[in-house]
Ligand binder design. Structure first.
Ligand code: AMP
Length: 427
């Protein structure tokens, strides 16, 4: 099969690595890709926002399947525009991607289908939103409705913070994404990421993970796109997975089909495991980054076979096998992240650092004058597997410490909850 992968981050490098291992694959292209992905795929200079240009490339190069990594193109309707041209695509339609593209849409779906989630209100008017916030009280959560690159959520511990967050949204801090606001009840519990592979009718569980969003050790400091992750998530016991499927994912699949927008692709449920059971925080309609990296390390089956089954509506006849191992990834970021990262510093020693159950995925790298350089906030994902999360963690940090990149930094405690749990269980 000839495959085109859309995207350029660590998630896409992990997907490219796994796709490249498939005996079905004859040629892998990636647009725009990155220097790590270039080891697995031929990079093509395509403007991925220009769907007609992507379709022309697919036709000219006899592409059998397009795999879309990031949410932006999905919410913009790339899957529809390619399918209209007869091109097979793994990824949801624009209407199905509203599960990620509009938080208000998802909340209304939850209300209609009795899916457990935080109580909420939707507002396009500042005065009404402020009145709701005063009525409910703090802590309370303020969210820009649309895509805001993970930055549109404020956990307001006081009413003043809540009012300031509402002012910022309606003042255009998130552009069009904040023209509508969702105000939510503050939930407490342990968070987990739960993934399903979906074909419009059937959803198959596709692994669990936990990530670390804060920049600093001990989960302090500003939020980031994710500083590390591990899989599986201990809190997602078989019973919790079964409840999540029954109470959250299956009604969502049913609801989307009834709306005429059946969901096909990766459904990524951000969950709060509360004392009453799993509640939906939000949906994403693609793999998480860096969660994808740990899932790909653990996936035993051929990814390309599974994606084909999803595209062909065959998931009811498919099962997925996982390695009996944990995986953990540590993000190396460029100094300055999540503010303005320093670009251009030289990275050395990656080949010496990888190996022995370790993969180093590139997220924000570039080649400059023949040297590998930092070219973004999150730059590398040092990913390892092990019999336990603790073993994967030791391997990942041992590899990371062999990388020669003084301008990079990372958290030193990725996986701490799971490792603490493993230690408690062992004693
Ligand atoms: P989201 O972008 O919706 O996933 O929100 C980002 C983060 O904010 C989540 O990972 C949670 O840690 C937190 N969060 C979002 N909504 C809530 C909520 N209703 N209650 C508590 N925490 C929340």
């Amino acid at each position: 099969m000839r495959v085109l992968l859309i995207g350029s981050g660590g998630r896409e490098h992990a997907l490219a690595w796994k796709l490249a291992a498939s005996p079905l694959l004859t040629k892998l292209y990636a647009a725009p890709g990155n220097p790590g992905i270039a080891r697995e795929a031929e990079l093509v200079k395509l403007d991925i926002a220009d769907h007609a240009a992507v379709a022309t490339f697919c036709k000219d190069n006899a592409i059998d399947l397009v795999v879309v990594g990031p949410e932006g193109p999905l919410v913009a309707g790339i899957a529809d525009d390619l399918r209209d041209q007869g091109i097979r695509v793994f990824g949801p339609s624009k209407r199905a991607a509203r599960l990620e593209g509009s938080k208000g849409f998802t909340k209304d779906l939850c209300a209609k289908y009795d899916i457990p989630t935080a109580a909420y209100g939707r507002f396009t008017d500042l005065t009404a939103a402020k009145a709701y916030v005063e009525k409910v009280g703090a802590p309370i959560v303020i969210k820009a409705d649309g895509l805001a690159a993970g930055k549109g959520v404020t956990i307001a511990m006081t009413l003043d913070e809540a009012r300031a967050a509402l002012d910022a949204c309606f003042d255009g801090a998130f552009g069009d994404a904040g023209a509508e606001v969702v105000v939510e009840e503050f939930m407490t519990g342990e968070e987990a990421s739960f993934f399903c592979l979906c074909d419009g009718t059937t959803a198959l569980p596709f692994g669990t993970a936990q990530d670390h969003k804060r920049v600093g050790d001990g989960d302090i400091g500003p939020n980031t796109g994710g500083m590390g992750a591990y899989s599986p998530a201990p809190v997602m016991s078989p019973e919790m997975v079964e409840r999540t499927m029954r109470e959250i994912v299956e009604p969502t699949m049913r609801g989307m089909a009834e709306l005429g927008a059946p969901f096909a692709g990766v459904l990524f449920a951000g969950l709060m495991i509360t004392d009453k059971g799993p509640k939906l925080i939000e949906y994403n309609t693609r793999f998480g980054d860096p969660e994808c990296q740990v899932l790909m390390m653990r996936l035993k089956d051929d990814l390309l076979v599974l994606l084909n089954a999803a595209v062909d509506g065959q998931l009811a006849h498919t099962s997925i096998r996982w390695r009996d191992e944990a995986a953990l990834t540590v993000v190396m970021a460029a100094r300055g992240y999540p503010g303005t990262p320093e670009k251009g510093s030289v990275i050395r020693g990656l080949d010496e650092a990888a190996g022995d159950g370790v993969q180093i995925f590139h997220a924000g790298t570039a080649i400059n004058g023949g040297a590998l350089v930092a070219n973004g906030g999150r730059v590398l994902n040092v990913t390892a597997s092990g019999k336990t999360v603790g073993e994967a963690q030791s391997r990942a940090y041992a590899a990371l410490d062999r990388i020669d990149w003084p301008q990079g930094f990372c958290r030193r405690d990725i996986g701490w909850q799971a490792v603490a749990r493993e230690k408690a269980e062992a004693s």
